[in-house]
Design a protein around this ligand. Structure first.
Ligand code: F6P
Length: 343
């Protein structure tokens, strides 16, 4: 029987286990394929670190967050003899093809392995940020928006009890999708996104007008949002000891500026990885499962170098290289539309 390797790379995301389950259930039941799980993204095939992946292994994982395969940001192109080692391990474990579930980096590696080295890989897109262009939605996004919306709902009541400003910092370095969707759903009074630099004076004007109407303002800010030039250099984009970029906390900075400029008390809540943890929403389970089922179809058809994607309500296949070429960011017109609720 055909043997397929499966891996999950990059930041984890609710729904990864649903994809894995979809792949294994359909692959075993319909096509009698065998599976091998590789641990921690590309580190698995690089180091030959495997885990058994069969029907019992995927039992009960549908509602569980995270990934049973583990994840990492290892990039074989940055490792010594990376590609040769991957080829050797794929031969050792008799792997016919790979399914790589991941974001830009993981899929970028997948595209190069297929296009440049003839290693057959099918991609499944993943990011809570929803900023991959080739697909209408990625799984994990709906869950993250749900968590952020619930947080905003809760913050409203405590903000109103104390008549304070509450700043909520949500994830999104390059795209403001989580901020925009949760901010609209949670009835935020200001939403700030990375795509458009914000004017602190304008934010303070909205905050003040909200207080004048006898309500406490909620400001939702994406972690990658930045003030206009001249306001302050707040992005200390330092690398941590793992070489990952760390942003420096726009939420805290903004709350202090609001206090200084409006004389109102402000507090910050940074939602952070809470947005990525725990059980996936029903929509994300649905989307992730369908991605898994369609990834197996792509393997069966020998359609490598492709990624499954959602277009409307259909799952389609697109070249991975096309999907990773450009980030999907918030259109200024859409941001303007939501802006009617500011202030
Ligand atoms: O891309 C997903 C994401 O959660 C971003 O929204 C966030 O900026 C980043 O990953 C955090 O990465 P890490 O896992 O290194 O903390």
């Amino acid at each position: 029987a055909k043997k397929i390797g499966v891996l999950t790379g990059g930041g984890d995301c609710p729904g990864l286990n649903a994809v894995i389950r979809g792949i294994v259930r359909k692959g075993v039941q319909e096509y009698d394929y065998d599976f091998t799980g590789f641990r921690d993204g590309w580190r698995g095939p690089l180091e030959g670190d495997t885990v058994p992946l069969d029907i019992p292994a995927v039992r009960g994982i549908l509602p569980r967050g995270g990934t049973i395969l583990g994840s990492s940001r290892t990039n074989p192109f940055k490792e010594e003899n990376g590609i040769r080692r991957i080829k050797e391990n794929l031969a050792k474990y008799e792997i016919d093809s790979l399914i790589a579930i991941g974001g830009e980096d993981t899929l970028g590696v997948a595209a190069r392995l297929t296009d440049e080295y003839g290693i057959p890989v099918v991609g499944v897109p993943k990011t809570i940020d929803n900023d991959l262009s080739a697909t209408d939605y990625t799984f994990g996004f709906d869950t993250a928006v749900g968590i952020a919306t619930e947080a905003i709902d809760r913050l409203h009541t405590t903000a109103e009890s104390h008549m304070r400003v509450l700043v909520v910092e949500v994830m999104g370095r390059h795209a403001g999708w989580i901020a925009l969707h949760s901010g609209l759903a949670g009835g935020a009074n200001v939403i700030l996104i990375p795509e458009q630099r914000f004017d602190v004076e304008q934010v303070c004007a909205w905050v003040t007008s909200r207080f004048k109407a006898s309500y406490a303002p909620i400001v939702v800010v994406a972690e990658g949002a930045m003030p206009k030039d001249g306001d302050m250099v707040l992005k200390d984009q330092s690398l941590d000891s793992f070489g990952h970029v760390r942003l420096s906390g726009v939420g805290e900075w903004l709350a202090k500026e609001i206090e200084k400029r409006t004389g109102k008390e402000a507090r910050t809540t940074v939602l952070g990885h809470v947005q990525r943890g725990g059980t996936p929403s029903a929509f994300d389970r649905w989307l992730a499962t369908r991605f898994g089922l369609h990834a197996i179809e792509a393997v069966r058809d020998g359609d490598f170098g492709k990624m499954v994607a959602l277009r409307g309500t259909d799952i389609v296949r697109v070249p991975i290289a096309e999907a990773t070429a450009k980030l999907k960011t918030v259109d200024p017109e859409l941001y303007k539309e939501v802006g009617v609720f500011f202030g």
